[in-house]
Every structure is written in structure tokens, then in C-alpha cells.
Design a protein around this ligand. Sequence first.
Ligand code: CTP
Ligand code: MG
Length: 335
Amino acid sequence: RMVKMYMACRNDIHRYDATFIAIYKSLIPAEEELEKQRQLMAHLENLVAKEWPHAKLYLYGSCANAFGFPKSDIDVCLAIEGDDINKSEMLLKLAEILESDNLQNVQALTRARVPIVKLMDPVTGISCDICINNVLAVVNTKLLRDYAQIDVRLRQLAFIVKHWAKSRRVNETYQGTLSSYAYVLMCIHFLQQRRPPILPCLQEMEPTYSVRVDNIRCTYFDNVDRLRNFGSNNRETIAELVWGFFNYWAYAHDYAYNVVSVRTGSILGKREKDWTRRVGNDRHLICIEDPFETSHDLGRVVDKFSIRVLREEFERAARIMHQDPNPCAKLLEPY
Ligand code: CTP
Ligand code: MG
């Protein structure tokens, strides 16, 4: 009887699709916001070109990867060739230029792990961080954006997961939980694993895009217009996928042995990555391989306390999707 009741209530998981879609739509930034970003970029390009005519500016991170929320800060990378680049000197010079252009809150953080200049543009109200030659971030931003073009369900799922992670406070790398970048990779991997698959593995296909960044060759199939129908044999909807995603991370993922890998579109063993023991602060308690910097585990920030927090949150989410009478609101309830 109990089993029957539960079947009865979750056979109709589709009745929550409309609510999830409405939440997703409410999280997409408005076109005028993107226009303001373009305006600020054009202005910065102008300023930079005067001092460094060969430099290029790229947007990266959530403002450019199709997974950005409204009112986010923007991340900019200044790319410049040459072996004699002194990043600190350049950032200080850049700060000077920005300051005399009346940009506000200009601050050069030359000792940060990723050294940046921060600024706030009083015209558009946008805050911005500029780093130098972080080209890998520009390339992985393009990879995420390309995956987002293939099937709208990726964007839907990732917005819900990011919203959940922010509401439940498990999107704070300085507290040992995961970055937004890691969550998006987890979503891509999950959709690559559905049967039939909803997303292909672009890095395993014939490359149409290829760049070399330091010593890393980044190649993949980026002609994604050709893949618009890729997932059409799979009819799963957003509510099912949200449920499936949390179910996977709550009950199905093998935390002791496995690594999720978007690069190969498969699950790898920790052994083959040599991620079986703690080295320094890297504990590998949840393993998410960076698609290009393959020695990089995006789970490395997770420690023995935060792994419990994370897993409890995955279980809470799975339970809610399983049986709560109002799963959309409950899932995203602030911690
Ligand atoms: N990034 C990276 N390696 C990491 C973390 C981040 O290369 N370990 C790069 C990625 O290009 C990512 C960008 O930095 O897109 C920004 O990362 P993050 O702040 O995690 O994601 P956002 O997409 O900016 O998300 P949010 O909306 O939370 O700011
Ligand atoms: Mg960000």
C-alpha cells in the first residue's frame, strides 16, 4: 500500500516541470544587462589598446558561459603574448589607467592566487575583475557555452542546481564546498550519462577547434549547430532530471573509487588518476576532473567536514524530489 502511494505521487513528476521552467526563466539575465556588459567591455578594450595595442580582452566565467545569474560581476581576461610579462607590474599599470579614467573602487590584488584588478563602473553599475593571461579559463568558458547550445535541458538543470547550491550554501569554495564551475561540469557529465544520452562528449569527437595554452592542447568539436537534435531520443524533462541528478549524487556515485570526467564522457577510476591518497591539502573526497587541466580535481577544496555537509545536502535534495508534496519550493528553501 505504501509503495503504491509513493508510486502514485511520483509517477506524476512531470507536474513539477512548469514550476522548474518558470524558476529557470526567472534566473536568466535580461538582454539589457548583457548590453551593459558589452558596453563596459568596449570601453575597457579602448583603454587597454592605448597602452598595449596587441593585447586582447575576453570575458570568461558566468557572464560568458551561458550559466550566469542576473546582476553578477563580470570576469575579464587580458591576454597578451610575450615571455617577459610581469603580471604584477602590468596590473599596477592597469589600475593606474583605470583610476585616471574615473572607474571606481579600483584595486590591484597582485598577491592573490589569481592576481587581478578590481573595479566598479559607475556608468553601468557593473563590478569587474580583470586578470592576465588566464587563457585556460577563457577556453573552458567556451566549452561550457558550446555544451549549453546543444540541449536546453543543460541550462535548465544547471540553473536549478546552481540556485540550489547558493540557497543551501554549498557553493562556497573557501568553506570547502564546490565552485559553480564544478556544478556545471557535474550537470554536463550527468547528461552525457543518460541513456539515451542528452549530451555528447565534444572532446571525443573529431576536433574543429584547437588551441594550445601553455603546454595543454585544447581540442574539441565546436560545430555545435550540427548537434541541435542530439538529445531528441531522450524525452526526460527537467523535473525528472533534477530528481535524477540528486539521486545520482546522493545514492549512486561511488565516492571511494570514482572520478567524473566530462573530457571522456565517462567515469574514471581514482587509481588511474593517482588520486587515491591525500597529497598536501588535496584529499580527493569527491572527484571532478577539469576537462583541460586534467591533473586538476575540482573537488580538491572539499575536506572531511564539508564532504559530509555536501552529501547530506544531496540526500536532502533527493529525498525532497522523491516525496515532498511541494518539491520545487522545498528544494530551494534557504539554509
Ligand atoms: N574556473 C576555473 N577553474 C576553477 C574555477 C573556476 O578555470 N577551479 C574558471 C572557469 O572558467 C569558470 C570561471 O573561472 O567559468 C568562474 O568560475 P566560478 O566563479 O566558479 O563560476 P561562475 O560561472 O562565475 O559562477 P557564479 O555565477 O557563481 O559566479
Ligand atoms: Mg564568478
